[in-house]
Design a protein around this ligand. Structure first.
Ligand code: GUN
Length: 283
């Protein structure tokens, strides 16, 4: 019997809990989001981040820029947000317009307000097994889903496919910290099928639709699909050939309704936790 992992339900539990906790606060947690690109998906994600913030009773500040924004203007805004005591979390939606240097911007965010966990200090803490100010939202959401379904990670062979700084690398680190034996595969990996066939846990974050086929999956494996691929008909599908793989996996996430809702729930949780850390002794 295969269990379809319900990311929507798990995310709702986190959001409901945050809403209740937020009601009891004297001040509101506040998230600032910067959107400086023309990408349609990014616009949808940012709108969703704003809506979720407001639904929870957080303050939300969204800064939307067109192509005329300069690196200098963005740097000035980051400095202002870092200094503003009423802002707890700063998120720069990636990618930025091509003429902007995203790494320079990320490194200017105060690590204590780095709600994405992308600052090298937070990445470094995660790699050292220390507690970052915030953990990247999608990887954090994946681990929460695995724990919610009581999937044991200790000593398990896990393969993460995709080596992005946003998903692949931090997911591999978190799994390692949870005592899994991790393979980090990517577009140059040879014999991917051989590696996935040996895995107890497969996490795919490539953006290649239906990359993971049924014959690549070991019977009873846990399959987590981070891909969001828009088809010509507008339908969203994952990296995994869901209909076929679901007959082989023991647990599998759907797209949509799997990892996606967890990312946003973890972003809200990170905002709340940064707010608490910044207001220690005040509230
Ligand atoms: N672009 C795609 N995913 C993310 C994310 O989790 N955070 C940010 N800031 N940008 C993204």
């Amino acid at each position: 019997m295969t269990t379809i992992i319900d990311g929507k339900l798990c995310a709702k539990k986190i959001l409901d809990d945050l809403k209740q906790k937020t009601k009891k606060l004297q001040k509101k947690p506040a998230l600032a989001v910067i959107l400086a690109n023309d990408d349609a998906s990014s616009k949808v994600y940012v709108a969703s981040k704003e809506k979720h913030s407001l639904d929870l009773g957080f303050d939300s500040c969204v800064y939307r820029f067109d192509k005329s924004i300069t690196q200098g203007e963005l740097i000035k805004l980051i400095h202002e947000l870092n200094e503003n005591p009423n802002i707890n979390g700063i998120l720069v939606q990636l990618p930025l317009f091509k003429h902007l240097n995203s790494q320079e911007i990320i490194e200017l965010i105060n690590p204590k307000k780095d709600v994405d966990g992308f600052h090298p200090i937070n990445v470094g803490k995660l790699n050292c097994g220390l507690e970052p100010y915030a953990i990247c939202c999608t990887p954090k959401g994946i681990i929460k889903l695995l724990k919610e379904y009581k999937i044991n990670l200790t000593g398990k062979n896990a393969i993460v496919i995709g080596r992005s700084n946003i998903v692949g690398k931090p997911t591999a680190t978190l799994l390692t910290n949870e005592n899994a034996t991790v393979t980090l595969a990517h577009s140059k990996t040879k014999n991917l099928k051989e590696l996935t066939k040996n895995a107890d846990i497969i996490i795919s974050a490539t953006g290649v639709a239906k990359l993971i086929k049924a014959d690549m999956v070991k019977k009873g494996a846990v399959v987590i699909d981070v891909g969001i691929n828009k088809q010509a008909n507008g339908k969203l599908i994952g990296d995994v050939d869901f209909e076929k793989v679901k007959n082989i996996a023991s647990y599998i996430t759907p797209v949509p309704g799997g990892v996606g809702p967890m990312t946003i729930a973890c972003l809200m949780e990170n905002t709340y936790e940064l707010f608490l850390a910044q207001n220690k002794g005040i509230i």
